[in-house]
Design a protein. Structure first.
Length: 439
């Protein structure tokens, strides 16, 4: 406790850091207030049907990402997910399309151009998603029916998301960084008290208070495992690496390779979750959808979780491949006079690193997939669907990753000014390949 109090005092002493934190809190407050502003022409007292639809399933996850704005028919109802989707598309184009590859290599000017393309693509997605979202608002809740309501609401929804994007950029530029990630996290945290209260009330009615305490203990265990998963292992002993590739001839001084078991962070889950939203979007958010769309809207269903887990494993390999370049690592080792005992510098070293990375990625990807589908098992066990989202899944992984990154940003400011960090032993490890890193 004394360590925490001293850290808070140190933060207050640093004027720049203090202003950045207060600025960030102010922006987040504006965002939370905006989630309560209902679309013009909508009667908020008649949104019971919409709010009941967002109690569980994929719609519940969308509502969580928007911090409750989705179920409130807010001007921020579409949240930041269209921007996330557009960013993912641009990243994929940067791998397959030469034009985008050139932009990525042009430094700051290329980055600005890519950001501009991302915004245009986000606007296109918003124009498509806006009318689809309006189909979920009950007719009796529409005070101004007709085409005027649809057109004006689509414009307002698109403007709301673009404004949220701007708020995120302000946090990144003038706050403590990772603005988009913080906005997503604050929306997830905002749903936690309601979910916790609902689960507590349900358990009290059933006389299962002990079961509720067990759920909290299990949640703490999952939370701890998630921290380990997001942080990953930052370096691997050369001896173990040689065992992985089947080379038993090792020895000498203990050396390490700068490789992580989970090099992709939480990005595979973000990629996979964006794809899992597609069936729901294409079926008009479940209205008259096919059996295929219905199957992929069931959180506890086999096919939803199986496909979700497979996509996470595939995207883990994919994102690791584009973030870790064994050939470049081998070349840098060669230039700096470094080498792996028993492995020739250059091509052989690159092949060695590639093999090690491929093999250590598999257990990391499987662990990531298991944590991602954990809410399904929690719901099957009888946990409230909203509270179950915090047993792993996208919500918990994002929340843990962003918290670690934010603490790392604050610790960096403290250490730069010769103050003690937030932890007594070692520095806080952030995450690699996160939302903040991708956007």
């Amino acid at each position: 406790m004394k360590k925490l109090i001293d850290t808070i005092k140190n933060i207050y002493k640093i004027e720049d850091l203090r202003q950045r934190i207060l600025y960030t809190l102010g922006i987040l407050l504006i965002y939370r207030l905006g989630t309560k502003v209902v679309l013009p022409g909508v009667d908020p007292s008649r949104l019971d049907l919409l709010q009941s639809k967002t109690q569980d399933g994929v719609l519940g996850l969308l509502d969580m990402f928007s911090g409750g704005a989705f179920s409130n028919a807010s001007v921020f109802a579409l949240g930041i997910m269209p921007y996330i989707s557009a960013s993912i598309v641009v990243q994929l184009l940067g791998i397959a399309v030469p034009y985008f590859q050139r932009l990525q290599k042009e430094g700051e000017s290329g980055r600005k151009k890519l950001n501009q393309i991302t915004r245009y693509l986000t606007l296109g997605i918003l124009i498509l998603q806006g009318p689809t979202y309006l189909t979920q608002i009950p007719v009796e809740a529409r005070v101004i029916p007709g085409a005027f309501f649809v057109i004006s609401s689509v414009i307002i929804l698109a403007t709301g998301t673009m404004f949220v994007m701007w708020l995120g950029e302000r946090i990144t530029d003038k706050g403590i960084g990772n603005g988009i990630s913080l906005i997503i996290m604050i929306g997830i945290i905002a749903r936690l008290p309601f979910s916790l209260t609902a689960e507590f009330g349900a358990r009290v009615e059933q006389g299962g208070l002990v079961a509720f305490l067990i759920e909290l203990v299990f949640l703490f265990i999952v939370f701890t495992l998630t921290i380990l998963l997001v942080q990953g292992t930052r370096r691997i002993p050369v001896q173990y690496a040689k065992r992985i590739v089947g080379n038993k001839q090792y020895g000498g001084v203990r050396q390490y390779l700068p490789l992580k078991v989970n090099a992709s962070g939480v990005m595979p889950i973000i990629f996979a979750q964006a794809l899992m939203f597609l069936p729901l979007t294409l079926s008009q958010f479940g209205e008259g959808g096919s059996a295929f769309a219905a199957a992929f809207s069931d959180f506890t269903g086999f096919w939803y979780n199986f496909v979700f887990a497979v996509l996470i494993i595939l995207f883990t390999y994919f994102y690791t491949a584009i973030t870790i370049n064994p050939a470049q690592m081998a070349e840098e080792m060669k230039k700096n006079g470094g080498f792996i005992p028993g492995v020739k510098p250059g091509k052989k070293t690159a092949e060695f690193l590639d093999t090690v990375m491929s093999r250590i990625t598999l257990p990391g990807s499987i662990f990531l997939a298991l944590v991602a589908i954990m809410p399904a098992f929690a719901m099957i066990a009888g946990v409230n669907s909203q509270f179950a989202q915090f047993y792993g899944g996208t919500s918990l992984l994002i929340m843990v990753g962003v918290i670690l990154d934010t603490l790392q940003q604050i610790e960096s400011h403290l250490l730069m000014r010769h103050y003690d960090g937030l932890m007594k032993s070692g520095r806080i490890k952030g995450r690699t390949g996160s939302i903040g890193a991708a956007i």
